[in-house]
Ligand binder design. Structure first.
Ligand code: 5RP
Length: 220
């Protein structure tokens, strides 16, 4: 499913473009497909959303540049998507750089397998990147809003993002207005970024179990 979606995303690329690249297993499949088609894309420059993605791009011989001017097209995966193309992202912990690159791109394409399509995206926890310095206090302030969260761990230690921060995964399933609560989370000092990507996706590519690929375009 992911491979079919990734192959379809490749059709939106052109040589000479500035390509923004997300993070995760779907993106890694996309990067494999891109690598197989390297001859068609000799002159692309890439802006990466993570150290891992940058290292794959460089290993495959693609040019990686800093984010400065607008990126032509951003391609990424997601953890959950609803019918309005709102996303929850950050399963891989790269949400902050992903959101920055997505925001600075002319067009956003998201590739998912059909299991990621949800009626309510908040049935999964929302990843929130926070500063290490104040993480316990930040977690308490989130609890004051009524929401439990857990510090993400890798092995027995806290997971550390590419920016040197922690991630807490916040359970908003009981929230009456989770989108507004994500804004409230973002406003807490110590919170760097929240994994809700609202109104950012232009094209959703869904790889289905039956082998089909469905495309949903943003309706304005
Ligand atoms: C990383 C992300 C990923 O896009 C998201 O976790 C989906 O990952 P995968 O393609 O492995 O299912 O947001 O921060």
């Amino acid at each position: 499913m992911k491979k079919n979606a990734a192959k379809k995303a490749l059709e939106y690329l052109w040589d000479g473009m500035v390509l923004g690249v997300g993070t995760g297993s779907t993106v890694e499949i996309f990067l494999d497909e891109l690598n197989k088609n390297k001859d068609k894309f000799k002159n692309i420059s890439c802006v990466s959303s993570s150290i891992k993605t940058a290292s794959i791009l460089e290993k495959n011989g693609f040019k990686v540049i800093d984010l400065e001017n607008k990126v032509d097209l951003y391609v990424d995966g997601a953890d959950a998507v609803d019918e309005k193309l709102n996303l929850i992202k950050g399963g891989g912990g790269a949400l902050t750089r992903e959101k920055i690159v997505a925001f600075n791109s002319k067009k956003n394409i998201i590739m998912v397998d059909e299991t990621k399509i949800k009626k309510n995206i908040f049935e999964i926890k929302v990843p929130v990147e926070i500063l290490q310095f104040s993480w316990r206090a930040t977690q308490k302030r989130i609890l004051d809003l009524g929401y439990e969260s857990n510090l993400r761990e890798k092995g027995a230690k806290p997971f550390i993002t590419d920016n040197g921060n922690y991630i807490i995964d916040v359970n908003l399933i009981k929230s009456k207005d989770p989108i507004n609560d994500c804004l409230n989370l973002k406003n807490i000092p110590g919170v760097v970024e929240v994994g809700l990507f609202k109104n950012m996706t232009d094209i959703l590519i869904i790889g289905e179990k039956n082998g089909n690929v469905k495309i949903i375009n943003k309706t304005v």
